[in-house]
Design a protein around this ligand. Sequence first.
Ligand code: GLN
Length: 537
Amino acid sequence: MASAKYIFVTGGVTSSLGKGIIAASLGNLLQARGYRVTIQKFDPYINIDPGTLNPYEHGECYVTEDGAETDLDLGHYERFLNIQTSQANNVTTGRIYNNVITKERRGDYLGKTVQVIPHITDEIKHNVYRLGETGNYDIVITEIGGCVGDIESLPFIEAVRQAKFEVGESNCIVVHLTLVPYLKAAKELKTKPTQHSVKQLLEAGIQPDILVCRAEKSIPNDIRKKLALFCNVQLNSVIEALDAETIYDVPLHMRKEKLDERVLTKLRLPHKEQPNIDDWREFLGRLKNPTNEVTIGLVGKYVELPDAYKSIAEAFIHAGAHLECKVNIQWISSETINAKSARRSLSDLDGVLVAPGFGERGIEGKIETIKYVRENNIPFFGICLGMQCAVVEFARNVLNLEGAASTELNKETQHPVIDLMEDQKSIEDYGGTMRLGAYDCKLAKGSKAYSAYGKAKIQERHRHRYEFNNNYLKDFENAGMKAVGLNPDSGLVEIVEIPEHPYFVGTQFHPELKSTVMNPHPIFVSFISAVVKNQRK
Ligand code: GLN
């Protein structure tokens, strides 16, 4: 018997149907029944990881505890399941080929011709079973990125077929997500696209076990019957997934449709107790019945695509629900802010977050934003590049260090208050070479960060090359900007605060990556509470 049971989630008809949310919701329900669950994502593109992708292309790059740069769906998995994922949870075509080619060069294939089948598919399966074989999980969910029928995803679909055959019917199932569009003119829900995408799966040798059908309108019984008949699935395995008010409703929708029960029956696993989703319901209750409302300006350069800041937006939802406060985000392009426009754009906001980012574009707007909120006592939270800009702004306007900058933006600056770490100076490759993943941080008693976390030793995730330049630390502290979080091993500055300000906190790390529904992040919670308090003044 296999050590773990496997669920594959495939998608058809179109992309953007929300496979990640369905996979995370299913994982959530199975976990709530007492099963140990993990989720992984296979991405059919050729990049080794999404670390080098432009956020406009693919949304945010999510960083795991072990420093893997991964797809943003892993963020959903962590937020829904309150688990930690790792490099093993995100595998791309690029990584698969890289592994196979490395083995080939090493001579591991003993003179054989290296081919898609069996070598690439074996490597894919190896990565599927890897998590299952740790013994840490009862169920491994694998989301296959892209749509069936894409040239790129063919080897993955073939590997799914082989895996299903290898581990056997009751140890492995395929959940296929499709779209059942509503044609207004005909006033009808149409099943044909689903039929076609299931046919494509069948051509690849895979009979889906369960269909999850995205639809704008409720799918009546006769349409469900039609889908069941044409797609060869049982009637109660046709699951409806209607548009949800919030992604956090989806586990409850799936529960209502009994997706978890169908999955357990197919995998011949005991249904155990009913899923314990009381805490989840309570979270939704607080999310939907806020007693306060605040508006936060999110100043960044990728604001046209809010997916670029997915984890930040979700962290606001978690913290807001915790405080029964609706957090509206006003997306502000940093390029539109200058000394003249700052008041107009920012004065009505209850708080401002300056976002992470790379490169020069939009930097001066971020610095102007920070000057305005610092001088006007608007609560401020800066993350990574946002924190670095706060340091530059303080250097220029409080310490009067003319032309102070980060060397990312001006290599020649006389005052490199943010500078490249020594060990970064010789690195030429872009991929996977930043300071990545979790590092320790020690908090100073009496700081806002310390009271947010309620403890001194924390660990947070990183993704950056540049650092606070400690040669300037004394000057900053004397002038009122304190380093209240330090890496205990390297002395690198992790958090800066201005204690005199109602709320002015900058973190070199990315706290948003650790916020989950069940564990809203302490800094986001403390920021929103400060914003609410400040609003009442
Ligand atoms: N570009 C900055 C650095 O590399 C900040 C990175 C970020 O905001 N994640 O240090």
